[in-house]
Design a protein around this ligand. Sequence first.
Ligand code: LCS
Length: 404
Amino acid sequence: MKNNKNDFETKCVHSGIDEYEFGSVVPPIYQTSTFKFKSAQHGAALFAGEEKGYIYTRMLNPTVEALENSIAELEGGCKGLGCASGMAAVHTVFASLTKCGDHVVCSAAVYGPTTTLLNTILKNYGVETTFVDTSDLNLVRAAVKPNTKVIYVETPGNPTLAVSDIHEISLIAHANGALMVVDNTFMSPALQRPLELGCDIVLHSLTKFLNGHADVVGGIVVVKDEETYGRCRKTLNQIGGVIDPFNSFLVHRGIKTLSLRMQKHCENAMKVAEFLESHPMIKSISYPGLKSHPQFELGLKQHKGPGGMITFELEGGFEAGQLMMNSVKLCQLAVSLGGVESLIQHPASMTHYTMGKEARLAAGISDGLVRLSVGIENAQDIISDLKGALDKVKELQTAEVEHS
Ligand code: LCS
């Protein structure tokens, strides 16, 4: 099975699964904070790293480890580190790879709190960041400095869906002695495997597609080698932002259907994007599966499918956006993404609010942008819901024109 290059579906079902007590087919939930030593000598040997075993759940837990092994295998990495949230994963990576005096190059369009983390906590520790549109390789090259330690890329970026060239950026990073980190949350390993394209560390908000059911907050870091793993594990043990056994169990369960879900997300999102693109109330739309997407060709090379996320700008700006969000019935007005249900939100006032207006606009996140996470419902039902809401926006605009 190891030699079958198309065995991703099989891996989703079986990865990280071991032989368990009583023949349990799924990983048992080891809901314990600590593990008994057989003797004083045994405890000492575990702490000294002379024997393998479990000591304390913040350090390692079998249910968490099963999840870490599963995602490491799906991403084609060496090892994984389960984190309490996506942001805990982002923090663990920067705290592991940078120190005072270092420099980071980061995509301009990333999840808002990642920008804020770099601009506040990391900045206070003496780490400087240059934000650039990483879909433009010349801008990436120009931003790199002798003290650049990390090039951090979200692709597709949240929420603009700009696609950056992972392989080319990994070459730029390595030529400058830096590591490349990719936030793969929007694609999941079912559609994109950045380590295979040359990057060094992949991270995810597990809260999204990997879990897929909007009932867990979690994160993961997957590294390509033991050396990076050691650095990140030490940091995570100290920071303490680990995922717990029950949430690990839930995410591991969600992963069994990852491949199926991602196929349906892509299929539905393509139909929804085509509908939106042809609708007169839509001023612009960004979906990597549409030929109109600026990096459509790169996407064909880099991912197996364009994903479930769409962003669009309505005619009528902010007011029209709010009216649309208040008019949808099936699509839920909520932040987050990647679950089985369709979610809609307004980045400028919600997920990217903390960035501040100037940085937000510079990253291409305009006031009227709407982000849609297309779920796995019937595609026609999603389209009918959006059509109903767009009709209301149109009515408002027609009334305004008549009034003026
Ligand atoms: N990375 C990306 C690309 C994300 O979209 C998010 C969360 C995170 C990291 C952080 O993960 P968390 O700590 O929430 O597990 N994105 C969200 C969003 O767009 N809406 O709400 C959360």
